[in-house]
Write a protein that binds this ligand. Structure first.
Ligand SMILES: Nc1ncnc2c1ncn2[C@@H]1O[C@H](COP(=O)(O)OP(=O)(O)OP(=O)(O)O)[C@@H](O)[C@H]1O
Length: 256
């Protein structure tokens, strides 16, 4: 039995309909403090829609999402971010014409000061506390040699790493990762798994959407399987691997 205060995110009877299409149909899911929870499922299962509902990008048609007991429904994405929910996108959302260091400082300033404001740009001061913390965070994640390179000039793998640093410097209580290894070569994927393992070991609560089962089974404590907008299975990795419904709906077509 999990105590209620161990629940970080409570997804409660969430439905999302797009012009008659049930992208999410009565999804219930609890994310526990400190766990890495993978959400898997075939294309079109509703995984990204669920994440978008959780971060306030999409309103649910019905149901609600609670974060540490606070209802998120109706809040704006930046308000949800300020409560401690950070999302790393499928496509890296970084500023290509700012340096790597400026990208991280921008995230720290905009998180601290609320919605992004352009005048923050004049406050980049790498000798200050924010600058020093940004440099340290980038060095810890292997981006120390790229501090003054433009975000847009990084390799795909490094852009992903930069996005992760941007997520982490906001000191989230919950990190949501949308396919963090999509399109990566195996070496970059393995490097990303290592970074995520360090983040996981720091005690962070993580939700990860991922198609690559090597990544999922390397990191997940529990797995929820979506298909056709519904939760069809939930459990620890060994339960999911052996679940006939999951194999039929999904794993049969993926390499496990
Ligand atoms: N903004 C939208 N407008 C209309 N339909 C949408 C919208 N977003 C998603 N859908 C539909 O909702 C369903 C679920 O899509 P979603 O992107 O959440 O699935 P997914 O599991 O993330 O898929 P993938 O693994 O391919 O990213 C799909 O049928 C999709 O076409």
């Amino acid at each position: 039995m999990i105590a209620t205060n161990d629940i970080v995110l409570h997804i409660d009877h969430v439905h999302k309909t797009f012009a008659g299409l049930h992208a999410l149909a009565d999804v219930n899911l609890d994310i526990r403090e400190g766990e890495t929870h993978a959400i898997i499922g075939p294309n079109g299962a509703g995984k990204s829609t669920l994440l978008n509902v959780c971060v306030g990008v999409l309103p649910p048609t019905q149901g609600k999402v609670m974060f540490h007991g606070t209802e998120l429904t109706g809040l704006k994405p930046y308000e949800i971010n300020q409560l401690g929910v950070a999302r790393v996108f499928q496509t890296p959302e970084i500023f290509g014409d700012l340096t790597v260091l400026e990208n991280v400082m921008m995230a720290m300033l905009s998180h601290r000061d609320g919605a992004f404001r352009l005048k923050l740009v004049s406050r980049f001061d790498e000798q200050g506390e924010i600058g020093q913390r940004a440099i340290q965070a980038l060095r810890e994640r292997g981006l120390g040699e790229h501090l003054y390179h433009l975000g847009g000039a990084l390799s795909r793998g490094d852009k992903r790493r930069l996005e992760m640093v941007i997520g982490l410097v906001q000191k989230p209580k919950l990190l949501l990762l949308d396919e963090p290894t999509a399109g990566m070569a195996r070496a970059d994927t393995n490097a990303t798994i290592e970074i995520l393992r360090q983040i996981k070991d720091s005690g962070m609560t993580i939700v990860i959407i991922e198609h690559d089962m090597h990544v999922v089974f390397s990191l997940a404590d529990r797995i929820t399987v979506l298909a056709g907008g519904r939760v069809i299975a939930q459990g620890v990795p060994d339960e999911i691997k052996g679940n006939p419904k999951v194999i039929e709906a999904y794993l049969g077509e993926e390499q496990v």
